[in-house]
Design a protein around this ligand. Structure first.
Ligand code: CUA
Length: 349
């Protein structure tokens, strides 16, 4: 649906914008129709069934089965249409396509920091090529923020301590507003930025004019050496800590169960190494909480990913966990895999 001619409506600049607007228009039309119908009927009935004289007593009313079925079935049908239509768009919006170009986003009071896989870093600006699927993996350094690009009709919370994702495919070259859509303190309304959607050639030129400090994975590798991780995580499997080659995206057997080594798992292993200790290893790794920034964590994750077997989905955030509640009581992390060894094929170390 094309809403570009409606004044005050944000521009449609992503692949999903048309379908979001169509659903929105449907909701507005249904609401307007019934509001109008009810208002008109109130006036009409007030006149038609008014008291005609002082001693007038109306006859008893015994209900109307047909009428009651009608006013139950029609709203039920309409709300089911809204539910199914909304769910379909929700699923599309919450599942980044596999071929997405990935970008890391960190929110903090009151700015946006972004890192490209090629190593470019940006502040309150995001450069992307047109007609490419873009996946954002997002976290916060302090409170909850929300990354919102109205022209893309895409929006997701940015939560401290975990990764959430958001994806879009820009369809139009141009500049679009980024807003923080979650109240996050005094200067929340200033936590804004701009997305620059560029022609692929212009985007390549922009990338080439970058920092020249290497890709995110290379920066992660440097950090891996610098923090001393490489002293224990030997690649020959003889180290005091697990060999990380081929680990990313694979189920890991730990003392807390079997978990897929996704971005959230790697992040937790760095900040809280005792939470999940890989079977056969001692809980000897110190925490790196306070020693690695969110940017550094993203670089380390990209490094682990780069030596892993797959470049699959890097985020546990925003997923629905099919496993249900765990025996432990509290809700399980999204990257939880069934404890039953028959259910998965955990990788042997
Ligand atoms: Cu960040 Cu509001």
């Amino acid at each position: 649906m094309d809403t570009n001619s409606i004044p005050f409506f944000p521009e449609q600049a992503s692949s999903i914008a048309g379908s979001v607007d169509a659903l929105y228009a449907f909701l507005v039309l249904v609401t307007a129709f019934f509001s109008l119908l009810i208002a008109v009927l109130i006036v009409y009935f007030a006149v038609k069934y008014r008291r005609r004289s002082e001693d007038y007593i109306p006859g008893p009313v015994h209900g109307g089965l047909f009428l009651e079925i009608i006013w139950s079935v029609i709203p039920l049908g309409l709300s089911m249409v809204m539910f199914a239509w909304g769910a379909q768009i929700f699923f599309t919006e919450s599942r980044p396509p596999a071929d997405s170009m990935e970008i890391y986003v960190t929110g903090k009071q009151w700015m946006w920091k972004l890192q490209h896989m090629e190593g470019q870093r940006e502040m309150n600006e995001l450069h992307v090529p047109v007609n490419r699927n873009i996946k954002l993996t997002m976290t916060s350094e302090d409170v909850i923020h929300d990354f919102f690009v109205p022209a893309f009709r895409s929006k997701s919370d940015v939560v401290p301590g975990r990764y959430t994702t958001e994806w879009f495919r820009p369809t139009k070259v141009g500049e679009y507003h980024i807003f923080c859509a979650e109240y996050c303190g005094t200067r929340h309304s200033n936590m804004i930025g701009t997305v620059y959607v560029m022609e692929p050639a212009a985007y390549q030129a922009w990338l080439a004019g970058g920092s020249g400090q290497g890709s995110l994975a290379q920066k992660g590798e440097a950090l891996f050496q610098q923090l001393g991780c490489s002293n224990c995580h030997l690649t020959d499997g003889q180290g005091r800590c697990p060999n990380l080659v081929g680990v990313f995206g694979k189920p890991q057997r730990t003392n807390a169960g079997v978990f897929v080594a996704d971005a959230s798992y790697v992040r937790e292993s760095i900040l809280n190494p005792g939470a999940k200790v890989v079977e056969g290893y001692q809980n000897i790794m110190p925490t790196f909480q306070g020693l690695v920034t969110e940017d550094g964590l993203q670089q380390l994750i990209e490094y682990v990913k780069s030596i892993g077997p797959t470049s699959g989905d890097s985020s546990g955030g925003g997923r629905i966990n099919p496993g249900g509640a765990a025996a432990g009581g509290s809700s399980p992390p999204a990257n939880r895999v069934d404890r039953n060894p028959k259910a998965g094929t955990p990788q042997s170390r």
